[in-house]
Design a protein around this ligand. Structure first.
Ligand SMILES: *Cc1c(COP(=O)(O)O)cnc(C)c1O
Length: 388
């Protein structure tokens, strides 16, 4: 990242972190360098860019931004969150083992079990609420500990520092999928993680208009290893998408503040509602990992899951179908509020038995609370629940 932005606070880094006015005309926003290649004055003589898979100035601006806001030194941008995860797992060899959260994002679970298991990489899915349980699964082949926190959709919170300690003691790397929290709420590299991963499709982009993945790291040798894979496998993002995420990041802190405020109001509304059974939100003192959440997060975010009290599939489908301000859709983290039914949508690829063990029952609804007016969101939920 640019030296002159290192001492800035988070709310300034989102706007200026790692950014320089463009060298050509001083444009404040990085131009969208929609080009595959770059003119050379003599063979091998160029201005730092040869071919856009290997490097592109707009992508670099975004890579510098994610490094800055995550407190890292290097960033890498990919065509999707899953492409970023794919890059991390490709640092492993057959026989290497990964310990991962058991209530993992469905797409990550599918990539691990349906693609990488074929290549001899071994995955263990364990509940990470108890650090001792994770430590017990470590062996000589453990190379990575893969953490998602808060988890999707059960909103479990994993103690990043405790996981970092286990990783360090066993010369494994700790990777944190920071998609749900964003660096506004928690910065895993500062808590001992080696790699932070993002689906920037969600809060970082923030406007539901782009699919993109990011990694941030501190260590140069690790960054080089990841860059080698990024360039060799080629799952980079295009410059237009990099531009959109950069633009999104500039308002991240303001959006997150409102996501948190609205999330808090809705969590409290739901917990008192007679058609609602359980409400999963780490801000409640009764949440099993509330103390850890309070310690490692600045606030509790805009993601909430809850179950419909009757517990039936038809009632649950009715509630999500009756919503009018919330849109029934996959994904999360945009300015607009979304509702999802994990069992039939995001987590449909996980066998029913597996998903129910982690709490993803038919009656579960997941909300991505947007930044609309709080009263409108509450009224919408109230009328949808009244329909059953
Ligand atoms: C969406 C998501 C991903 C995958 O990212 P894509 O951009 O959809 O490829 C990974 N982890 C979490 C927590 C997600 O929400």
């Amino acid at each position: 990242m640019a030296e002159n932005t290192k001492n800035l606070n988070f709310n300034t880094l989102t706007i200026h972190g790692g950014q320089q006015p463009d060298a050509a005309y001083g444009s404040v926003m990085p131009p969208i360098y929609q080009t595959s290649t770059y003119a050379q004055t003599a063979p091998g003589e160029h201005k730092g860019y040869e071919y856009s898979r290997s490097g592109n100035p707009t992508r670099h601006a975004l890579e510098n931004s994610i490094a800055a806001i995550e407190g890292g030194n290097f960033g890498l941008a990919f065509g999707s969150g899953l492409a970023a995860i794919d890059c991390v797992i490709k640092t492993l060899k057959p026989g290497d083992e990964v310990i991962s959260t058991n209530d993992l994002y469905g797409g990550t679970y599918r990539l691990f079990t349906k693609i990488f298991e074929q290549y001899g990489i071994v995955f263990h899915f364990v509940p990470m609420g108890d650090a001792a349980e994770v430590a017990a699964r470590v062996n000589a082949n453990t190379r990575l500990i893969w953490v998602e926190t808060p988890t999707n959709p059960m909103m479990n919170v994993v103690d990043i520092e405790a996981m970092a300690k286990i990783a360090k003691e066993n010369t494994a790397l700790l990777v944190v999928d920071n998609t749900f929290a964003t660096p506004y709420l928690q910065r895993p590299l500062e808590q001992g993680a080696d790699i932070v991963m993002h689906s920037a499709t969600k809060y970082l982009g923030g406007h539901s208009d782009v699919v993109l993945g990011l990694l941030a790291v501190k260590d140069e040798a690790l960054a080089e290893k990841l860059y080698f894979i990024q360039n060799s496998s080629g799952a980079v993002c295009g410059p237009m998408d990099a531009f959109l995420v950069l633009r999104g990041i500039k308002t991240l802190h303001v959006r997150m503040q409102r996501h948190c405020e609205n999330g808090r109001a809705i969590a409290h509304f739901l917990v008192g509602h007679d058609k609602v059974d359980k409400v999963y939100w780490p801000g409640f003192e009764t949440h099993p990992n509330h103390e850890v959440a309070k310690r490692q997060m600045k606030d509790f975010g805009g993601m909430i899951s809850f179950t419909v009290k009757s517990g039936t599939l038809p009632d649950t489908i009715k509630v999500v179908s009756e919503l009018k301000v919330f849109t029934l859709a996959e994904s999360l983290g945009g300015v607009e509020s979304l509702a999802g039914h994990p069992a039939s949508m995001t987590h449909a690829s996980i066998p029913k038995e597996e998903r129910e063990k982690t709490g993803v029952v038919d009656a579960l609804i997941r909300l991505s609370v947007g930044i609309e007016d709080e009263a409108d969101l509450i009224r919408d939920l109230d009328q949808a629940l009244a329909s059953i």
